[in-house]
Write a protein that binds this ligand. Structure first.
Ligand SMILES: C[S@@+](CC[C@H](N)C(=O)[O-])C[C@H]1O[C@@H](n2cnc3c(N)ncnc32)[C@H](O)[C@@H]1O
Length: 484
């Protein structure tokens, strides 16, 4: 054994049985191994206090180890029965929502204290906003086909035509979805079994991960809460396509979902990597239409299979309302001014803000060109004027447009999970805005950026937490920063 490994309490790859005692930010359960040498801390994501779990060591140092959850052996006493199939995407579904909120609130605020150095975090805490729908809140789901399934009774893998989600902690094994998971659409999930049987009866093979071969790969569904319509995308390889009848598959979906069926798309994905994105590859329309319309705060947004759209639209309305409330608190910093909506995606926040303010010009910037195209189209559809959208890296855009320095009073920030790179944050700070409303889907990077903003004269005035994804460890934050 290498010396580096010898000094460690547990070894990489080792399988441990652990009792979870605490909860850390991001859904990491904390277990402690006590011995004559002292206390050794083990983190296991997607677990909660009271559970006894089986976990594999992924990273180990002298003081602590990071593990991957393999199985929950004994549930926590806090957990309750739910009528849904358990899936890796909802590790906390059996925990009452009030407890989920408590863990999320406490761990997020302590993160701002620890990393963000905000000592008065309890004083500036504004509101914990719950998701309006606690179940069936998602508007998109990706189901995977697999030739290797999971035998729940014997807890082992089996050769089986599978359609559902990956088995927790594995990349090669699927787990059949037999009924509603409680996260997406009940009718769709209760029908997955029928769709699976239809595909299996064609004689074509599901994807075999280790062998990197097979025909059926993914079945993706998008839903509109406005119209209740469903848009489908079947992802296959090209191998065997000539013997598969896409129109007959579309008829099956129309028979099941009737007027809810909006359209079927087909994607050919011949990538063989384990981490291929479900929908990469060429996409064609088989029948119906290729877009559905969703409504957010009275505005309409057209969504195609590939475009980014908030996954929990009802909760997104709450999130956006909070952003708009913070922004409009000081109307003089909004009306008759130029507002920057940086990392704007499809421009939703800017459009809502423009529609609720007087003579405000919005500059939206996002690096994804197709999102900017959608933003422009959506603004036109909603008859909102005064918006300019640019497809660019935020840092580069600000470098190329020094004319905005000292001209912007309010900035909206909504970066991706990785947060804002330091150089770009400096350029944002150099704009010298009075107010910044910073939305984040990763409070850990936002807490880091808070230090920089505070060092440059901003104060954290308010923070709200929005629970966009009940039953997961995710939490979104809306933070209001003001100068001086
Ligand atoms: C959380 S999303 C923003 C969503 C948007 N505000 C909305 O509500 O629809 C983060 C966005 O940051 C964009 N992005 C990531 N890195 C970027 C960069 N360096 N410059 C500009 N945009 C970037 C992504 O394309 C993505 O649309």
């Amino acid at each position: 054994m290498p010396r580096r490994e010898r000094n460690k309490f547990v070894k990489r790859g080792q399988i441990l049985e652990l009792k979870i005692e605490d909860y850390a930010f991001g859904g990491k359960g904390i277990a402690r191994i006590r011995s004559e040498k002292g206390e050794f801390v083990v983190f296991v994501p997607n677990t909660l206090p009271g559970q006894t779990v089986k976990a594999q060591v992924k990273k180990s140092s002298k003081k602590y180890a990071e593990c991957k959850l393999m199985d929950v052996l004994i549930p926590s006493e806090d957990e309750v029965e739910v009528p849904y199939q358990d899936i890796p995407g909802a590790p906390y579904i059996q925990l009452p929502i009030e407890l989920q909120h408590k863990y999320k609130k406490e761990s997020t605020l302590s993160l701002f204290q620890r990393i963000g150095k905000v000592e008065n975090i309890e004083d500036v805490f504004d509101e914990f906003v719950s998701s309006p729908n606690l179940f069936h809140y998602r508007n998109k789901m990706e189901y995977g086909f697999s030739a290797i399934g999971y035998d729940r009774e014997n807890k082992t893998d089996i050769d089986e035509f599978t359609l559902g989600f990956k088995r927790r902690g594995t990349w090669w094994m699927g787990d059949n979805l037999e009924k509603d998971s409680g996260l997406f659409d009940k009718q769709v999930e209760d029908s997955i079994r029928v769709i699976r049987t239809y595909c299996e009866d064609t004689g074509l093979q599901p994807w075999h991960g280790p062998r990197r071969e097979g025909f059926f790969r993914y079945f993706v569904v998008r839903k509109s809460y406005k119209t209740n319509e469903l848009l489908f995308n079947l992802v296959t390889t090209s191998d065997g396509l000539s013997s598969f009848d896409l129109n007959a598959f579309s008829t099956l979906l129309k028979d099941i979902f009737e007027e809810r069926f909006a359209g079927l798309l087909h994607t050919i994905n011949d990538e063989t990597g384990d981490r291929t994105i479900a929908t990469s590859g060429s996409i064609t329309l088989v029948s119906g239409k290729d877009k559905i319309v969703e409504e957010l705060l009275g505005l309409n947004f057209e969504i195609s299979m590939k475009s980014f759209f908030q996954t929990n639209p009802k909760s997104a309305e709450k999130l956006y309302s909070k952003v708009i409330d913070y922004a409009l608190e000081k109307r003089e910093a909004i009306d008759n001014t130029v507002v920057m909506d940086l990392f704007c995606g499809t421009g939703t926040i800017g459009q809502i803000l423009a529609s609720r303010s007087e003579n405000t010009k919005i500059i939206g910037v996002d690096i994804v060109a197709s999102a900017i195209e959608d933003a422009k189209k959506n603004a036109k559809r909603n008859h909102i004027e005064g918006l300019e959208f640019y497809a660019a890296d935020v840092g580069k855009f600000l470098y190329q447009h020094p004319e905005y320095k000292n001209k912007i009073r309010t900035i909206i920030l909504d970066p991706a999970r990785a947060g804002i790179v330091p150089k770009t944050l400096s350029k944002i700070i150099a704009l010298n805005a009075d107010r910044i409303v910073y939305v984040s889907c990763n409070p850990a990077t936002q807490a880091r950026d808070t230090v920089e903003l505070v060092n440059n004269g901003y104060q954290l005035k308010k923070i709200s937490l929005v629970d966009q994804f009940p039953h997961t460890a995710h939490i979104e934050t809306v933070v209001l920063f003001e100068k001086g």
